[in-house]
Design a protein around this ligand. Structure first.
Ligand code: URA
Length: 219
């Protein structure tokens, strides 16, 4: 074996080794990058569009409840506790909603609960219209899948984006909007009731409308 041949073998081995290190370094980097993106929830199916604020950190809170529910509640967007748990309406507003449901003989498991936006808006602010728009396909899909008889819009944000109505809640709460396959009823958001206890009585009247409509087999 000539020295030249041995040198060629040596060079080829070095080349293959370097190639292997180069390729594996790129694979490692690629895998690291993907897991980084996943950890940021950029690929979370129910998040905002990539690049908009919100779901880049924190959980996406899609919705939960009975998939055959006749009654669907749509709130605004997750708060801090919802963001931490990944579940809608589990903070103080959610606890009040549970009590209101119990008052019309319903449990959380009987209804479906979700929000206009699926991620906690930055600084807990009212979600910007572009966030609502970005999440709307998921909400439409949820409504289509659950196909409830009644949709309750909890608060102004839900009313604005679902009924396209910006009227004050005092003027429209408890009204039944007939939207073909669904009846839509706006009422106060539980957070608003926590801020102003005097509205609880009004909301109770709305819940009686919801209960009666739910029990009405012809509706
Ligand atoms: N407020 C909302 O609008 N949605 C939640 O899930 C919790 C609080």
């Amino acid at each position: 074996m000539s020295l030249c041949f041995l040198l060629k073998i040596y060079c080829l081995t070095c080349y293959l080794l370097l190639l292997f290190l180069f390729v594996s370094a790129h694979i490692c980097f690629f895998l690291f990058f993907i897991s980084y993106l996943l950890s940021l929830r950029i690929f979370a199916g129910f998040s905002y569009y990539v690049g908009s604020a919100g779901c880049l950190v924190g959980a996406s809170v899609f919705g939960e409840g009975n998939l055959h529910a006749q009654l669907m509640f749509i709130g605004e967007g997750p708060g801090q506790v919802e963001d931490e748990t990944g579940r809608p309406f589990v903070g103080p507003a959610g606890q009040l909603l549970d009590k209101m449901l119990a008052a019309i003989n319903l449990k959380r498991d009987d209804v479906y609960i979700c929000n206009i936006v699926k991620c906690r808006p930055p600084y807990n602010a009212v979600p910007k219209p572009e966030y609502a728009e970005a999440c709307m396909p998921y909400l439409r899909m949820q409504v289509r899948c659950i196909a409830p008889k009644i949709i309750v819009c909890l608060g102004k944000t839900a009313v604005t984006h679902i009924l396209k109505d910006t009227s004050a809640m005092i003027r429209i709460h408890g009204k039944v909007y007939d939207k073909g396959r669904f009846k839509i009823i706006p009422t106060y958001h539980p957070s608003a009731l926590l801020r102003d206890e005097s509205k609880k009585r009004i909301a109770w009247e709305d819940f009686k409308v919801i209960r009666d409509l739910l029990e009405d087999k012809d509706a």
